[in-house]
Ligand binder design. Structure first.
Ligand SMILES: [Fe+2]
Ligand SMILES: [Fe+2]
Length: 459
């Protein structure tokens, strides 16, 4: 780490230590047993984050902190928040246990500073609002105070995480904040009522026992999510295996499906398609030529011109693909894009010869990404064409083979590309399929033709 990074990290740690000392000095009204109970509950919540998507975790510590803020005020809440960043153990995917004593010290410092500063400052805002407007806990205006308290916690927490990531990795603060923070906004909204519920339970003489009992369903919910994510992991592994099978069929098409998936994603993102649709399109890209498994190698790898009957067999690959995938519960978007990735905008493509109006935008996106990669790759019957030659073909075929709007988007992307992307693509399929805005659990704790003949109209 650079000296300036160490300096900034040390500075924030010292500031947070001062805040903590202020809290220890001023806290009153809770017994040591209550303090220990809340530290155990908060540390347990930090150690057992709830997964709601792959690598996206949300810890319910914030609910605990809200209950504490309502019950015991800013000082005790900050002490519990600060200590929960030290006393936690997280089990990673490899089965290793990560805790304060085997994690890099700077991560603990960043975590500690983040939690302390955000809890302390939003607590001060809470106190100010309660005093200034003379609000009591049972007052309806409490909803606004809790909303502002959570908004402050969210902003301080996520901005500080983005700043710490900038200090440690040099990432851009605003970009990191937008990519890593906005998704967790609904979780903050969902956690607030849990916090209030914890507070109400805690007011009961048997409150501590009730809160402990609540940990059971929470752990069960967490376990169910883990099982769901493991089955999704298996789904990605099956796609990875099928992609490897397709590519093993023909040495000329090695990496083809992954490159097609890469361009499909770029096009779809620029066309502002929904994340779920982009995800489906990438799976379709990885599996689009799976039907070639059913076609003889002698046809796929034939160096010369194909006979009419051989060509007819090639034209069956989208249909064979759909038959192979028939039993798998893929979305209709995936199956439709695979079936129609060789249709043409003016009609006359295959397998159905549909025109532009009857073919989905998804199939055109997959089709153009597929054609671009086929044109710029070596084939048994020709050498790869240059990117510039490919772009002029895209321009010529815009509105003929290719959907005009999709062609414009791909041309714009290619013209902006600086380096030869093919050289840089070591992308893991799992990464390619999954949402790229995923955050690692650690950060969150701190919060793929073509055997087709290249004839000008049939790539
Ligand atoms: Fe194909
Ligand atoms: Fe292809």
């Amino acid at each position: 780490m650079k000296k300036t990074s160490i300096f900034l990290l040390s500075l924030t740690s010292i500031i947070s230590l001062f805040m903590l000392v202020d809290c220890i000095y001023n806290y009153a009204g809770a017994t040591v047993y209550q303090l220990i109970f809340w530290i155990i509950i908060a540390s347990l919540c930090e150690s057992l984050p709830v997964y709601f998507a792959k690598n996206r975790v949300v810890s319910v510590t914030l609910a605990v902190l809200l209950a504490l803020q309502l019950s015991h005020g800013t000082y005790l809440t900050t002490i519990v928040a600060a200590t929960s960043t030290v006393f936690y153990i997280i089990k990673t995917e490899d089965g290793e246990f990560k805790h304060t004593f085997n994690l890099p010290f700077y991560k603990t410092m960043a975590n500690f500073s983040n939690f302390t500063i955000s809890t302390y400052l939003s607590g001060l805002l809470y106190d100010f609002l309660m005093d200034r407007f003379n609000i009591t806990i049972n007052n309806p205006y409490m909803v606004i105070v809790v909303f502002l308290y959570f908004a402050a916690t969210f902003l301080l927490n996520t901005i500080l995480v983005s700043v710490f990531l900038h200090i440690m990795t040099g990432s851009k603060i605003i970009k990191t904040w937008l990519q890593n923070s906005l998704w967790c906004l609904p979780n903050y909204a969902a956690i607030a009522p849990i916090g209030y519920f914890l507070y109400v339970l805690y007011q009961n003489p048997m409150g501590i026992l009730y809160i402990l009992m609540l940990m059971g369903p929470l752990l069960l919910a967490r376990y169910s999510f883990k099982l769901y994510l493991e089955s999704k992991e298996q789904y990605y592994k099956i796609i990875q295996t099928l992609t490897a099978v397709i590519e093993a069929k023909d040495e000329y098409t090695e990496g083809h499906s992954r490159r097609v998936a890469y361009y499909v994603e770029k096009i779809a993102e620029r066309m502002r398609l929904s994340p779920n649709r982009i995800e489906s399109l990438k799976v379709a890209a990885l599996l689009h030529d799976i039907g070639k498994i059913g076609i003889e190698d002698s046809i796929l790898q034939k160096p010369g011109k194909l006979t009419n009957s051989e060509w007819e067999k090639i034209r069956q690959h989208p249909r064979i693909g759909i038959r192979i995938l028939d039993e798998v519960a893929f979305s209709p978007v995936i199956k439709d894009a695979i079936l129609h990735h060789h249709e043409k905008y003016t009609g006359g493509g295959y397998p159905d010869g549909l025109d532009g109006k009857r073919v989905s935008l998804d199939a055109f996106i997959l089709g153009i990404a597929d054609a671009y990669d086929a044109i710029t790759s070596d084939r048994p019957y020709r050498n790869a064409l240059s990117k510039e030659q490919a772009v002029s073909i895209l321009r010529e075929e815009r509105g003929r083979q290719f959907h005009p709007q999709v062609a414009d988007v791909l041309i714009a992307i290619l013209e902006e590309e600086k380096s030869d992307v093919k050289q840089d693509m070591g992308t893991d399929i799992k990464d390619l399929v999954q949402n790229k805005y995923l955050q690692s659990a650690e950060e969150a704790a701190f919060t793929m033709e073509s055997g087709e003949n290249y004839k000008k109209t049939d790539w």
